[in-house]
Ligand binder design. Structure first.
Ligand code: MG
Ligand code: ZN
Length: 472
């Protein structure tokens, strides 16, 4: 008889061993509650591996001075974090308990997705890729946002994805799969902490998950005392001391490059902070959700514009902490995306000036080309530099290689590839993947209790430290 045993047990044992050996300094430091921050703002930059903030420094550089100016990221860097998901091997044993085979389990990848990493950041527990707030046995886990709520703090999320996307969902919902968006949206209403809704402020995209045929969660929230807004301009006219659901797009928010507000994350964060301020303090999750999506598309213009918005958000929060020193801000990434490199093909050069004058996103330019809304000659104006003859030919070739030129989707996809290729060659940007990579990510912190996050840590340690700082 063969008995198969999931090595989640071994994983757990390993995790506890690791924290017993390595977590000493953090637990000692966090034991003093005197450094408990009143307000905590956790910022996740999805997909922002270390090359993105370094590229942003170059992008932000004033070339008329000999030094490369430090950015808000450089000024607030305190450490780094590993991001791997739950690991373990599926072992098969014989009747005597001897291991007769070891097979790699699905989650033993060392490369995380956003769900496993966000669950780690929110709960302090490793889980499998795709899990939303549940462990390897699909059991619900307690999150830092929930703990904050149970200690009478106000809570909120402000993100540029749909608000039910993996990262914010992991702080509120419990689901075996990140893809169950409707069920996750239901959790936002149905799951309560001591009878209270989990989030007082919810800002981002995702209307379609809240206004459905089978359920109108927007009306349910409004009937329960929430104010509902659907345009960013309404952020300035929110009623104080009243919870808010703000959904600004059917699914995700537009990319920063195509948005009427190029720093919409900053606008949402400012409004969320204002709305959440109260004498008991608050916990706010902010996510620059789309740095990751630019990385997946190997589109540095996309990611860099999201980094500009993130930097503006962090500058606002830095100012905020100067005036509110009892506030803690922590920023990290859930993983790296795209294997983005500053320089490629052996050329010692990176030229961010080609990212500075885009009037539309590369995808938008490609869609306009595919729909004959613009000519190739007009691309120079939108991309922000004059295309040379080779680049013009690259674009002209697209309609030739596309078998059926009526297939607008295929055309658009091919144009997009060509436009991002042109930008990569101009800027000398390189990529190694269309997905995530397993490199460690930077950790930034400032304000009350920030030094807890210094040095190397695991993503689960970030949640553990937040729990301790909040007295758990
Ligand atoms: Mg995310
Ligand atoms: Zn991703």
């Amino acid at each position: 008889m063969k008995s198969s045993m999931k090595l989640s047990l071994i994983t757990l044992t390993l995790t506890s061993l690791l924290s017993a050996c390595g977590g000493e300094s953090s637990s000692q430091a966090a034991q003093s509650t005197s450094n408990a921050p009143k307000n905590i703002i956790m910022v996740v930059a999805d997909g922002m591996g270390p090359s993105y903030p370094a590229a942003f420094r170059n992008y932000n550089d004033d070339p008329s001075t000999p030094l490369i100016e430090q950015t808000i990221f450089d000024k607030t860097l305190v450490g780094s974090s590993s991001t791997y998901p739950a690991s373990g091997f599926e072992t098969t044993k014989d009747e005597q308990g001897n291991v007769i085979s070891v097979a790699e389990s699905l989650s033993n990848s060392y490369v995380t997705d956003s769900a496993a990493s966000a669950t780690a950041l929110a709960t302090g527990v490793k889980t499998y890729n795709g899990a939303i707030g549940v462990d390897v046995d699909k059991q619900p886990l307690a999150t830092v946002l929930e703990w904050a709520k149970s200690t009478n703090k106000k809570t909120g999320i402000a993100v540029t994805s749909q608000i039910v996307h993996a990262t914010p969902a992991s702080y509120i919902a419990k689901n075996e799969s990140r893809r169950n968006y409707d069920a996750i949206a239901n959790d936002y209403f149905d799951l309560k902490i001591e009878g209270k809704f989990k989030a007082d402020v919810m800002l981002g995209g995702g209307t379609k998950y809240f206004l459905r045929e089978d359920r109108n969660l927007k009306d349910e929230f409004v009937a329960s005392g929430y104010q509902y807004i659907d345009s960013l301009s309404q952020l300035n006219t929110l009623e104080a001391n009243k919870p808010v659901l703000g959904l600004f797009a059917d699914v995700s928010m537009p990319v920063a490059l195509d948005s009427s507000d190029k720093t919409h994350l900053t606008s949402m964060t400012k409004a969320a902070v204002k709305q959440l301020e109260n004498e008991n303090g608050f916990f706010l999750l902010v996510e620059a959700s789309q740095v990751d999506w630019g990385g997946h598309s190997n589109d540095i213009a996309y990611s860099m514009a999201e980094m500009v918005d993130l930097a503006a958000t962090m500058n606002f929060l830095y100012e905020y902490v100067q005036n509110n020193p009892d506030t803690l801000v922590v920023l990290t990434a859930d993983h790296n995306t795209g294997g983005f490199s500053i320089g490629h093909d052996g050329i010692y050069k990176w030229q961010p000036e080609y990212l500075k004058h885009l009037k539309a996103s590369p995808r938008n330019i490609a869609e306009q080309l595919a729909n004959n809304k613009i000519t190739i000659a007009e691309v120079s104006n939108l991309i922000g530099f004059n295309l040379n003859d080779t680049e013009i030919q690259q674009l002209a070739d697209i309609s030739l290689v596309t078998n059926n030129s009526d297939d607008v989707k295929v055309l658009s996809k091919n144009y997009y590839k060509a436009v991002t290729n042109i930008i990569d060659n101009r800027t000398r940007s390189g990529w190694t993947s269309s997905g995530h990579t397993g490199v460690d990510v930077p950790v930034y912190a400032f304000g009350q209790g920030y030094s807890e996050f210094s040095g190397f840590q695991d993503n689960t340690d970030i949640a553990k430290k937040l729990f301790k700082l909040m007295g758990k």
